[in-house]
Design a protein around this ligand. Sequence first.
Ligand SMILES: [Zn+2]
Ligand SMILES: [Zn+2]
Ligand SMILES: [Zn+2]
Length: 453
Amino acid sequence: MVEIVELVHTMRQDSNVMKLVSKMLAGDIGEVKPTLDLSSELGFAYPQVESLLAVSSQEVLTILGLLADESVLQRQFHDKLLFCPHCRSLNLRPILICPKCGSGNIAKGRVLEHFSCANIGLEDEYAAAGKYICPKCNKELRFLGTDYRSLGVNYKCHNCGEIFSEAALKWQCLKCSILFTDGEAKKTVLYSYRINEEQRHLLGFELGPKARFVEFLKSQGYEVTERAKVDSVSKSGAGHTIDILARRDDGLVTYTIGVGIVIDSNGREIGLEEVFRFDDKAYDLGIHDKVLLVMPRLTHEAKQFALRQRIKVFEDKELETFLASATPSTRPQMKTEPFKFDTKAKLLEHLKNLGYEVQEKAKVQGRSGVEHTLDILAYNDDGFITHTLGIGIIRVNDGVNLDAVSLFDTKAYDIGIHDKVLLVSPNLSQEAKQFAQQQRIRVVEVEDPVKLV
Ligand SMILES: [Zn+2]
Ligand SMILES: [Zn+2]
Ligand SMILES: [Zn+2]
């Protein structure tokens, strides 16, 4: 499974391969069949694919071979081509010869045996003026079964007299004239190709819904990396590969969505282990916006776990349904201008412009049961995931201390908010600044406290 996903990912980098496989999946091309092309060096071609991709026969052959080797396509015997071993010409003529002496001077016909002289010859050799006259003893053959008998239709060699039922085959090259046996001929087997039905739904997913999901994320202003290798931010220091990594910087915070893809090509339910592995990876990378694309579906247990870990799961056809109903983004294309704090009123306006729903002095109950008040709570709905941004305002005269930052962080944690911004006036102590950085709190220092009102 992993191999084919890797392969598809590689395939998608190659627009030609993509184009061909997509057309075949869609049924626009059912079967890719070779045709003879005596003018080409290969002697055959796949014109349908050549014109689709505008590449040479040799390149087409390479692409088809690769796809078949990787089980994306299935190859089937189509034909066998014989080439002259001397000049590689395909222009060959079959010649039947006597298996005894090798002469081409053979004829086929009904063979008669004259009992009295034991002559064996073709019917033509006996025929004379409406009668059968034996060419050896010149007697007339009168009665079938008494004078002579028929040995059936056979070959006779006029060179050595041999009678045989099967002639031997030789080839003559019409270009360089040499004769050679079938065994000496150069042979190439031609194949026709079809989509490997076993891979159809996986390929269909990779090239269909997944590709469209990536497009959707891009339309939402995300920068998308597929098969993203990440290690720089990993807590454990280990490197991870995330199927899709989507980042969006709205000037205030950067959202990172990690998308995992788990497909069972045999159609079995996906168990807890796979979901756990994805969640673990996301945790290690500090990604809390998690999406799992699953085919066909999760087990009940795995689903419960995903729900608890706040993983948005799309099973089976759900992604397609979502993508079909997802309205094209009205989100202004972010020109990641660095956020410049002006006044609180301007900040609220900025958030609304970015598509946030904003609440001031929001009362939220935390997981501990305690009710917290957040200065600003901003929600941003991507259609499938909602980002929650918590903004705290701290105003003090003589340097904001660590306790205030820690209190804000604890509150956010209890509510389950990961994206945190602190507006402080006038500035943080060095210690508090370090703590904020460690807790991934974006700090905006504002000189004039009046602007925070
Ligand atoms: Zn005779
Ligand atoms: Zn012969
Ligand atoms: Zn030849």
